[in-house]
Design a protein around this ligand. Sequence first.
Ligand SMILES: [Zn+2]
Length: 81
Amino acid sequence: MNGIPAQRSTSPSSLTQAGSRTAGTCPSCGSTRLTALAMTLTDGTPVRFSSCHECEHRTWVHDGGELEFTDVLARATKVKV
Ligand SMILES: [Zn+2]
C-alpha cells in the first residue's frame, strides 16, 4: 500500500512532456506537433527554427518575423572568405 494511484497514461505521446516548448501551430497543416529550437545562421543571425512532424513544413523566425526559406539559405550558405 503505497498510496499512489495507478493512473499511468496509456497514450504513447504525453502532451505534458517537460522540456519541449511548443512552437504554436504549423502554418501549413495546423498541427501542434512542432519541434522548435534556437539556432544561429552562418551570418550570425539568431533564429528560431521549427519543424512540423506531420507535413515537415519548416519555418525560421527572426525577431518575431518569419524568414523566407531562400533568405535563410542565402544567409546559411554565405561563404567565409
Ligand atoms: Zn505541418
